[in-house]
Design a protein around this ligand. Structure first.
Ligand code: FMN
Length: 338
């Protein structure tokens, strides 16, 4: 598999990134029509977290399979979980293209997709066909047109469709590409949002379903500490850290102008590793074991994933590294962890 990817990567990367994405999804959809091999995951790889049994600690981060289209394929690759979405309550197109850029020399992706989503109803219907033996999380966001003060209604609307079809929910308040979204991380806004979501969970009789919060890497440590206290006090189930960064200094000076010319968006991949790791270290320190943490952001090798788990994260997620390294990376990580 890794060698095969090394062969087709130049072809894939010769296309505009979003065309390549669509092409890969088309091919993945074709592959899924045939029986796929079961992943080779020993029982020793499984982890218990949030009351769920994950067949591997490694998951696919949100944003790649926004519409839950390729779940059998991700399972076959060896992912223990997949976070689908971000799903918005109503369908929306996202930002105008181009909105996705790659910097292969640094393993970095810039995106300003802006929550292109088929909407919660369509995605929920597709989830009814989900494969067994794969943990599926539903990552939720708000529609762009919804004012910040009505955000809770949007999250609840998406929740009602998606929650019954998934194993856990992640609230995305950390995408930089929906204006104002990150303001929901501020303790004053976050408290009511989490309380409202927990009330919706009770109303639906889903008290046992984990509710997680996905954070950005760009706030000061003092702000992170405040977020942790609100999250712990609310009674949610855990944190995911981190989403993409707005910090352009993670790009080497050599490529600075190039990335600057691409315009707005969040950066992910290898260059994010140091920043995301220091955010996780601070969160773990403040959490003192009160909530579990999922590591995400810049993890690009088996060693880095293993280190993130050793440092205290219960699970790890990747996105950008899969684009640059190919599907073989998943098996390599699983073998290292085993
Ligand atoms: C093209 C692209 C789209 C993304 N879309 C979402 C999204 O819809 N929701 C979300 O929570 N995170 C989204 N992310 C962020 C990833 O889930 C992840 O947090 C981030 O990329 C850092 O991990 P990585 O360095 O392994 O890519 C997206 C990332 C990329 C590259």
């Amino acid at each position: 598999m890794p060698n095969l990817y090394r062969l087709i990567r130049p072809l894939l990367f010769s296309f505009d990134p979003e065309r390549a994405h669509d092409l890969a999804f088309w091919a993945g959809g074709l592959a899924q029509r045939f029986p796929l091999p079961d992943p080779k995951l020993g029982p020793g790889l499984a982890v218990e977290a949030f009351g769920l049994r994950f067949p591997s600690p490694l998951g696919l981060a949100a944003g790649l399979d926004k519409g839950a289209r390729l779940l059998p394929l991700w399972k076959s690759m060896g992912f223990g979980h997949v976070e689908i979405g971000t799903v918005t309550p109503r369908p929306q197109p996202g930002n105008p293209r181009p909105r996705l850029f790659r910097l292969p020399s640094e393993g970095i992706i810039l995106n300003r997709m802006g929550f292109n989503s088929e909407g919660a109803e369509v995605v929920a219907a597709r989830l009814k066909e989900r494969p067994r033996g794969l943990i599926v999380g539903g990552n939720l966001g708000k529609n762009k047109a919804t004012p910040e003060e009505n955000a809770l209604e949007d999250y609840v609307a998406a929740y009602r469709f998606i929650a019954p079809q998934v194993d856990y929910i992640a609230l995305n308040v950390s995408s930089p590409n929906t204006p104002g979204l990150r303001n929901l991380q501020a303790p004053k806004a976050l408290g009511p949002l989490l309380d409202g979501m927990l009330a919706a969970r009770r109303e639906m009789g889903l008290e046992a379903q984990p509710l997680l919060l996905k954070l950005a890497p760009d706030q000061a440590f003092e702000e992170l500490d405040g977020i942790v206290e609100v999250a712990v006090a609310s009674g949610i189930s855990g944190l995911i850290a981190t989403n993409t960064t707005l910090d352009r200094s993670i790009v080497s000076a050599l490529n600075h102008n190039k990335v600057q010319a691409w315009g707005q968006g969040g950066l992910s991949g290898r260059g994010l590793a140091v920043k995301a790791r220091s955010v996780r270290a601070r969160l773990l320190q403040t959490l003192r074991g009160r909530l579990p943490l999922i590591a995400c952001g810049g993890l690009s090798s088996p060693e880095e994933v293993a280190a993130a788990l050793k440092e205290g994260a219960v699970l790890a997620q990747i996105y950008s590294a899969l684009i640059f390294e190919g599907p073989g990376l998943v098996g390599r990580i699983n073998r290292e962890l085993a």
